[in-house]
Design a protein around this ligand. Structure first.
Ligand SMILES: Nc1nc2c(ncn2[C@@H]2O[C@H](COP(=O)(O)OP(=O)(O)O)[C@@H](O)[C@H]2O)c(=O)[nH]1
Ligand SMILES: [Mg+2]
Ligand SMILES: [Zn+2]
Length: 283
């Protein structure tokens, strides 16, 4: 029988099989194979004896939170308080796309914008959707539900962006503190908790945030370039860095405002960070 691990507390794995939750223990052979079951793992279980017999090959696995087989990441991005940071957004997009995970941007606090700011925001919102990166606001939950059907998801975004508020609206069972005191105590509070996948319609969402902007390990210049997917539409070369290469149209498209200026600037900044750092990035 096949299922998915949705919670692990010490050695006890809760496996979701259809509508049922079954508590199982991993077989001893995993210990000898140095294979640790992770939340998100697809597993074969022996229901009668409550054992996990096999762990199916993983599509990917993340750390902090430790979770396997992530399909999508919702980037919770506030447009005010804290102010919109397109650099952080583009950086997170790079990380997520490079890990072969589908990004979904969820903008929050649009209600705090004045008319002028709203006009500017709408251009940004439309831009990401136009280039094929799905963006919604936190009042478009139906759309979010459509975009994330059947997926295993993590949430990411700045402190105060509205992650816990969003999770609580998606599934009241999350029952997470918003604006909680734990924030004042820092990450430690979160890291001591176990990760759990919660049901949201047809999807599963991790209750601890994934992908901090610090998790840049393993990114290459190529990863960064390839995650700015729209530049590829305007450049006929497959190995171009879109700087001053002859015949590359990307800079022209920035000047004509077909490419968002912030996207190009953030791209250059990320490539520079990558070139100048030996520690964070893999060369
Ligand atoms: N005005 C407004 N406030 C919001 C919105 N979303 C969240 N907040 C508030 O922003 C604060 C931080 O939200 P929280 O969910 O704790 O952020 P987290 O740190 O990302 O989990 C709380 O006071 C929320 O009530 C929104 O869409 N509009
Ligand atoms: Mg929170
Ligand atoms: Zn180019």
């Amino acid at each position: 029988m096949e299922g998915k691990i949705v919670r692990i507390i010490s050695n006890l794995c809760t496996v979701e099989v259809g509508d049922k939750l079954i508590n199982c223990k991993p077989r001893g052979k995993f210990y000898h194979q140095k294979l640790t079951p992770l939340v998100g793992d697809k597993v074969i279980i022996d229901e009668e004896n409550a054992y996990i017999l096999d762990i199916l090959p993983r599509k990917n696995s993340l750390h902090r939170p430790t979770i396997a087989n992530v399909d999508g990441a919702i980037i919770v991005t506030s447009v005010k308080e804290p102010n919109l940071s397109l650099f952080l957004l583009d950086k997170l997009l790079t990380l997520i796309i490079s890990n072969n995970i589908k990004p979904i941007i969820c903008f929050t606090k649009v209600d705090l914008l004045n008319e002028n700011e709203l006009n500017e925001f709408n251009k940004i919102y439309d831009y990401y959707n136009r280039i094929g990166i799905s963006a919604v606001t936190n009042s478009e939950l139906k759309k979010l539900e459509e975009l994330t059907k059947g997926m295993t998801l993590v949430l990411t975004g700045q402190t105060g962006a509205g992650k816990s508020s969003l999770l609580n609206r998606l599934n009241p069972n999350f029952n997470l503190d918003t604006n909680e005191i734990s924030k004042a105590l820092g990450r430690g509070v979160h890291t001591t908790r176990h990760t759990e996948l919660f049901k949201y319609k047809t999807s599963l969402i991790a209750d601890t945030p994934g992908f901090s902007s610090l998790d840049l390990e393993g990114l290459t210049k190529e990863n960064i370039r390839d995650s700015f997917i729209e530049f590829g539409f305007d450049c006929k070369f497959s190995d171009c860095y879109h700087k001053n290469e002859q015949g590359c149209n990307v800079k022209e498209r920035v000047d004509s405002k077909d490419i968002l200026e912030s996207r190009y600037e953030n791209y250059l900044k990320l490539v520079m960070e990558c070139e100048s750092s030996r520690i964070i990035y893999k060369k």
